[in-house]
Design a protein around this ligand. Sequence first.
Ligand SMILES: *Cc1c(COP(=O)(O)O)cnc(C)c1O
Length: 797
Amino acid sequence: MFSKENFKAAFLHRLEMLCGKSFSESTKVDHYQTLGQMIREYVSDDWITTNEQYMATKGKQVYYLSIEYLLGKLLRQNLINLGVEQTVEEGLKELGIDLGELEEIEPDAGLGNGGLGRLAACFLDSLASLNLPGHGQGIRYKHGLFEQKIVNGYQVELPEQWLRSGNVWEVRKLDLAVSVPFWGKVDTKMENGRLIFQHINAETVTAVPYDMPVVGYESKTVNTLRLWNAEPAQFPVHKDILKYKRETEAISEFLYPDDTHDEGKILRLKQQYFLVSASLQSIVKAHKKQYGSLDKLHEYVCIHINDTHPVLAIPELMRILLDQEGFGWDEAWHITQNTISYTNHTTLAEALEKWPVRIFQPLLPRIYMIVEEINERFCRKLWEETPGDWTRIAGLAIIADEFVQMAHLAIVGSFSVNGVARLHTEILKEREMKPFFQLFPEKFNNKTNGIAHRRWLLKANPKLSALLTDAIGPSWTHSANELMGLLKYQDDRSFLEQLGKIKAANKKQLAEMVYKQTGIALDTRAIFDVQVKRLHAYKRQLLNVLHIMYLYNQIKEDSSFQMTPRVFIFGAKASPGYYYAKKIIKLINSVAEKVNNDPKVADRLKVIFMENYRVSLAERIFPAADISEQISTASKEASGTGNMKFMINGALTIGTLDGANVEIHERVGDDNIFIFGLTAEEVLHYYRHGGYESVGYYHHDKRLKQVIDQLINGFFPGIQNEYEPIVDSLLEENDQYFVLKDFASYINTQQRLGSCYTDSLNWQKKSLINIAHAGYFSSDRTIKEYASDIWGIHPLQ
Ligand SMILES: *Cc1c(COP(=O)(O)O)cnc(C)c1O
């Protein structure tokens, strides 16, 4: 049906129709647009059929609500999933068009910050590929995460423009638009003996859905990602029309560039309610159309909230049931509580969302009333259990000290609360959310994160994928556990050598890209030691940098010092307002300049900071990595998913026992991972009981004293006080992230790793063992667990 000749003819025909020019006049952008349109149309039959089947089978469906989706590029993944990649690539080639160049034209859909947003994207892939009825809903930000430039070593942020030439994957559905009310007040009146609540004088915003198809891998399933755009209402009742238009469009203008800090800005709360209200209205409308009422909503629909950002789904569903559908409180609460499930992503105190009542109440007056009622009923129950224990009640309350605690609302109003790795879930249950766990033990469960292995291995690393398919057949693309079949090659010299050759080829490709961008030539025989992730104090890029400075000092001062040559590669965006994180970026660039321009270390050290880390860049970096740096302060990284992407591409981890590193370690065993540093238990013990003094480590470890002194003693020429804040954080502020404490253990482990690398065959064996065990970390496994343990959804046929 989809032959190369048919494709070529259709492509040429479509190109002329779409662009109004002949093939010889057309540009690459025209080619990209044409191909994108064709592919979207190609999936539309299956898209419609999938929806019809969901209607016909009356199975339960899940809606995944997330304020972020870090999708990256969609073109090649869609071609792969549709099984037409080769046909299209060859057909285009015969027309003189390079598919790789068309991919370059597609912008990354970067509607997310990092791990949380990427998880949502991986989940969509797995849901569709497993033929599961699961759809995403989010916000169609006009500008995704900022574009990062490095100027003179400093991060500069530019607005991202992914919609500049339109988005070929989306369909605007104006007929499904809904209105979302803000401000105004709540009017009450009696009607037939019932108190009726009406939100009056509200400023309404029109939410217009843009639907994107989510194509399953080698399956007929096409699910939907619905992104909402904020637009002025057709007949606004506003005094100042221009102001109203500006404020309305602002709602879907920018993604907030920080996911680890709660900013407390009113626009953010507007975004959250906008997403939630639009999503719920559309879900409820579809359900009512099919089933007539909402009595059994929870038997047919599950609404999952990705962190607390969409937690207003709870009071919004209550509002619909109470005010629009006329349910009594108890019945409405029963339906709501059994419809909503919640994932917690962090225990960092600064990231736990709380909203001042003075912002919340005027913006969302009816929603606030409902939250108050939920809180009062919950607190009454607590009071009945432990009368007079005000400390306990205040600690658990949803509204306390004039703040709405979003995580408390999420736990009380949902039927399931899950953490994202085993350690994280244990910390939630035993510490951070302990009193809630004691109240609702049945709600708490763990779902260790995963990655879409079809993007991070099949698409990102075609060479390795081909070798794997040669060795164990193609079934691993559907069932990642099949990768275990590789273990039989662990002592096969020729196979291990091929593995090594592929890694070398991927390193060469990355080196060519680095050379083009920076003019720095990398030795691909060196260890490619990579830390790519958001820049954050708890992720400890600083520990990595101090180690590099230590190596530099050793080479300069000790002529007998031996080390395996290393290329250190960084990629990281810092939130624009995160002062300390930006200092670290500048420091990495200062160290890079010093190291890369010193001929004495040239044969052993290079440091590269890659600009504008994002999904499409990540896809080039993971396949080329020898070492995966996962060195967060234990207990701080909820799961990590970068760690899994490295692992499945055969990189070995140097890491702390944090997040999912614990489970990676458990699977590959001590010999195939490099673990160092404090455990989570030790870190938490220090936080509770004290006993850590960083200054002591500074004075007693000469290597450490030297590198810290170098931050401020003129070692970096021309930079006077730049790094004083870093030194202060380590000494004056007693090093809250235990960088000094873990330093010795880290450099010893790095040394051991360096020696280990020189035994190439043995290294490839370790690499193979990592790949083989990475199947567990496919998001297919994660999604199957969500589907059976939380959502209760089943695959189509
Ligand atoms: C996977 C991914 C992340 C998350 O990385 P962690 O190391 O788990 O923090 C962030 N950004 C991008 C672009 C990713 O692909």
